[in-house]
Every structure is written in C-alpha cells, then in structure tokens.
Design a protein around this ligand. Structure first.
Ligand SMILES: NC(=O)c1ccc[n+]([C@@H]2O[C@H](COP(=O)([O-])OP(=O)(O)OC[C@H]3O[C@@H](n4cnc5c(N)ncnc54)[C@H](OP(=O)(O)O)[C@@H]3O)[C@@H](O)[C@H]2O)c1
Length: 250
C-alpha cells in the first residue's frame, strides 16, 4: 500500500517495537495516530513523529471501541492498523493468576479482534487498507512456560490467516509479523528477564522495518529474523521431531 498520507493507527506505540514502528511510518509519510497506556511516553513518541496521541487501555472492556471512536473523530478513517500492543508472562501455568490470564487474552487476542471488527469494514467499503498483526514465534511453535502467551499469539495467527481469506478481493490486505527475541522492555515487564545467550535479541528497529515493509509491499507473513521460518516450518512438518529438539535444546 502507499504509505504517504495513509492514516495509520499503531497500538503499543509508547514503547519498544510500536514506538520504533511509529518513527518508521512517520518517515514514510503516514499520518499517524499512536496509542498506549503510558501518557508521558506516548506523548514523547507523538512529539517525535508528529502523531496524534490517544491513550487507551486495550485490555479493559470497551477500550478498543473507545479508541476507534476517538481515532475516527480525529481522522475520519484508518487505512493501516498495526496491532502491536501486547504483554507476556512466563512461569508454570499453576502460578499464573486468573486476572493475568484474562489480561493476556484480552490484550493480545481480544483487542485485535475488536479493532479488526471495527475497522476492516470501513477499509473494505473504501476498497483499500491493511491490517498488520504483530505476533511472535511463540505463537508458531509454542514455548515452555509461556503457554498462555503462546496461545494468544497462535490465536492471532489464525485470526490473520482467516481474515486474509475473508477479505480477499476487497482491497484490504493482511500481514502477520512474527518476531523472535527483541531487545525491548517486554521481558522486564513480564516479570522474568530474558536469560538465554541465544538467540541474541535483535533491535526493535529491525522489527519496525519489517512491519513497515510488510505494509508497503503487501507481504503476508514475515518472520524477523528471517531464519525463524525454518523452526516454524519444522514444527508444522514434523511436530514430534520439533518437540524432541525443543525439549533437548530448550
Ligand atoms: N520483545 C520481544 O522479544 C517480542 C518478541 C515477539 C513478539 N513481541 C510482541 O511485540 C509486541 C510489542 O512488544 P514490545 O517488545 O515492543 O514490548 P514493550 O516494549 O513492553 O511494549 C508493549 C506495548 O504494549 C502496550 N500495552 C501493554 N499493555 C497495554 C494495555 N493494557 N492497553 C494498551 N496498550 C498496552 C504498552 O503500552 P504502555 O507501555 O503505555 O503500557 C507498550 O506500548 C507485543 O505484541 C509482543 O508480544 C515481542
């Protein structure tokens, strides 16, 4: 899609991948609306990118609806939705609180459903638009001690896949971006730091570049870094072998 003058709504833009994506999209000439919960950080991103900041809690009931209402009041349309806001949690499932489980599902899966439901019909009516979903390699393969996070991202993958079929021929495209380990506050915020030596975390800017490219070039599925498509492929082709290897090499 053409990014110059496209109205882009980026969720989770107050930090990490979303903030870097806002910078990229602004440089590409998009008219930006950025959202997140932390107003101070969101305003800093908005000041850097010329975006309109709209603070919102997307895990709250009615949060996505209110955000869309405000966004349409500002720009009257959204051409590009980047569903990036997300949170993780790591540990044995018995230690996960009910409230945290609900928050993960609400933020990582239900909010993108609500935003897609509210914005895709308008895009289809205009005959153009794109929804970009920021998933995770965890949603393609599963990860030990991240069962609910991985499940929300797997749900997002199939939301994207199914919408791609549904919206084919309407002018509305779907992109799914699956990052590996990215150097952002994500791990600190989930309460368990990233403690492996490999894979080495990649900069958020690299994912932002992939998101912007996916939107500009109408790409369907993008792994970042690209080699992650091989574990995803192996998992789909030989799940038993994948599980053995993953168990052995963690
Ligand atoms: N970092 C990684 O290794 C990695 C790997 C694969 C996929 N991802 C995915 O990439 C996306 C971005 O993550 P990140 O690494 O950039 O993490 P991050 O720096 O922690 O950013 C998360 C963003 O989501 C927003 N957010 C969190 N809870 C929210 C809520 N209830 N309502 C609205 N916004 C909320 C945050 O806003 P506030 O700060 O204002 O609360 C922040 O802008 C997520 O979907 C994550 O699952 C990350």
């Amino acid at each position: 899609m053409r990014l110059v003058d496209a109205v882009a709504l980026v969720t989770g833009a107050s930090s990490g991948i979303g903030a870097a994506t806002a910078v990229r999209l602004a440089a590409a000439g998009a008219r930006l609306i950025v959202t997140g919960r932390n107003e101070e950080r969101l305003r800093a991103v908005a000041a850097r990118t010329g975006a309109t900041p709209l603070p919102a809690d997307l895990a709250e009931p009615g949060g996505p609806e209110l955000l869309v209402e405000k966004a349409l009041a500002v720009e009257n349309r959204v051409d590009l939705l980047v569903c990036n806001a997300g949170a993780g949690w790591a540990g044995p499932i018995g230690e996960l609180s009910g409230a945290k489980a609900s928050e993960l599902v609400s933020l990582n899966l239900l909010a993108p459903v609500q935003l897609a439901r509210l914005l895709a019909p308008g895009m289809a009516e205009r005959g153009s638009g794109r929804l970009v979903f920021v998933s995770s390699i965890a949603g393609a393969t599963g990860v030990r001690n991240e069962a609910v996070y991985a499940a929300t991202k797997a749900g997002l993958n199939y939301l994207a896949e199914s919408l791609a079929y549904e919206l084919a021929g309407t002018g509305v495209g779907i992109s799914l971006v699956l990052p590996g380990v990215v150097d952002t506050p994500f791990f600190r915020r989930r309460g368990r730091p990233y403690d492996r030596r490999r894979p080495v975390p990649i900069p958020a800017e690299r994912v932002a570049r992939a998101i912007t490219r996916a939107a500009a070039r109408d790409l369907d599925v993008v792994y970042v870094p690209g080699w992650l498509r091989f574990p995803a492929w192996l998992h789909g082709t030989a799940p038993r072998t994948f599980r053995r290897l993953a168990t052995r090499f963690s």
